[in-house]
Design a protein around this ligand. Structure first.
Ligand code: LLP
Length: 404
């Protein structure tokens, strides 16, 4: 993303041209960014040689999944739908892990049939259910057990998962009991200890703490885990404040951990792979004078990008064309939906805008389209992928007639 002669471009395509050709709102992704993120991730964890399972919930577009598969990643899925899509996109079942607290029997049967690498169970009831299915279908099923390490990830409470009050994983005591149980199971083979402490984590220290907890518990169980699945959660710099997680330090700790425990490492990154690859292009419908600020009413809304309304998340908004105006304005960027939370951001010093101007909301590649809905009966936007100087429509704008 760059300004060229004041015009904003994404991978050399003018935002103005994209809007003209495809109408707005548009989700537009850069393949180059995804590729670079994957290469950077691989490089920093090179010595660990991990299995990287892309977290499909962050973006489940089939085209993107196919590209991510070609770049060597597996998948972390949390529903039958995601599992089906991952398989359909060519991802090898032995690179797929299945997480989630509420897998139904139907989902477990499907996963067993497809012989995926691991079903990461999150409760005793789930272990018993998988065992029942394995027995019935006469299979020996590979399972992981998700530990709740009671570690504060220091992230937003809404996306924190690793504390004991969260619904995810099992406590240390139950974990140890279940390992004992599984040692004697005829139908289940315990292969993995999994954790995931939260999302948008910007500090490596919670991860180091988490590793210590895992190691302590491994010692207590005296069990050899072939895999340790460390989950995802690596944060990105949404606000351009140069706040970055120190992945090198995390990698160093994982390296030492791996040497001591001799397990294969799995990661499940989502946001750090696709987050900064996506842009939401939107047109201003109206500008309305308000008290102390003006409302910029966009044609994109909370149904298209839910994160600001749901978590008060911040996404940078930038104009598609820079102008020279000296008068900087206070603008509140909102959508047309009939809710006060349908608001993207308030910006104190923005260049003067006018109706029909275009703006771009940044870093929407993860949990953007995948969290979108048809609220207010609004069709979902078109998705474009720019790869090798070519634009590809990777999902069409939803047809309003079909929706109605
Ligand atoms: N593994 C497990 C078991 C997870 O639950 C998640 C995310 C991930 C991996 C991937 O985490 P990531 O690397 O993308 O942080 N909708 C929220 C984020 C929810 C994350 C849920 N779990 C948001 O928009 O910020």
């Amino acid at each position: 993303m760059k300004y060229k002669l004041k015009e904003l471009t994404i991978e050399n395509f003018k935002v103005k041209t994209l809007a003209k050709n495809y109408d707005t709102p548009i989700y537009c992704y850069s393949f180059e960014k995804i590729k670079n993120n994957i290469n950077k991730f691989k490089k920093v964890f090179l010595k660990i040689n991990p299995l990287i399972c892309f977290s499909v919930k962050s973006n489940s577009n089939s085209n993107l999944l196919r590209e991510i598969n070609k770049l060597g990643l597996g998948a972390d899925v949390v529903s039958m739908g995601e599992l089906m899509k991952a398989l359909k996109s060519g991802i090898n079942p032995n690179k797929i892990v299945f997480s989630g607290v509420g897998k139904t029997s139907e989902e477990i049967i499907f996963a067993v049939k497809k012989k995926i690498l691991l079903i990461n169970a999150e409760s005793k009831s789930e272990i018993l259910e998988i065992e029942k299915i394995a027995k019935k279908t006469n299979n020996k099923v590979n399972v992981g057990l998700r530990l709740n390490p009671n570690t504060d990830a220091g992230t937003l409470s809404q996306i924190s998962t690793g504390k004991k009050e969260n619904k995810f994983g099992v406590s240390e005591e139950i974990f140890i009991d279940l390992v004992e149980y599984l040692k004697n199971s005829k139908y289940l083979k315990l292969k993995c200890l999994s954790v995931h402490i939260g999302s948008q984590i910007l500090n490596h220290k919670p991860y180091i703490k988490m590793l210590k907890v895992i190691e302590k518990i491994i010692k207590k169980t005296q069990f050899y885990f072939e895999y340790i699945d460390l989950g995802g959660g690596m944060g990105i710099d949404y606000e351009n404040k140069k706040r970055k997680i120190n992945l090198k330090k995390y990698a160093l700790s994982v390296e030492k951990f791996k040497k001591r425990n001799n397990s294969k490492i799995i990661f499940e990154p989502g946001r750090s792979i696709v987050g900064d690859s996506g842009y939401l292009i939107s047109k201003i419908i109206y500008i309305k004078e308000g008290y102390k600020k003006d409302f910029i009413i966009l044609d994109a809304a909370m149904n298209d990008l839910m994160r600001p309304a749901l978590y008060n998340a911040k996404h940078r908004i930038i104009p598609a064309k820079k102008n020279k105006t000296q008068s900087l304005k206070i603008y509140e960027f909102v959508g047309p939906i009939c809710e006060s939370t349908d608001k993207f951001s308030t910006v104190n010093k923005f260049q003067k805008l006018k109706e029909k101007d275009l703006i771009v909301i940044c870093d929407v590649g993860a949990y953007g389209m995948s969290l979108s809905s048809n609220y207010n009966l609004r069709p979902k936007p078109i998705e474009l992928l720019i790869k090798n100087s070519k634009i590809k429509i990777i999902s069409k704008r939803q047809d309003l007639k079909e929706l109605v």
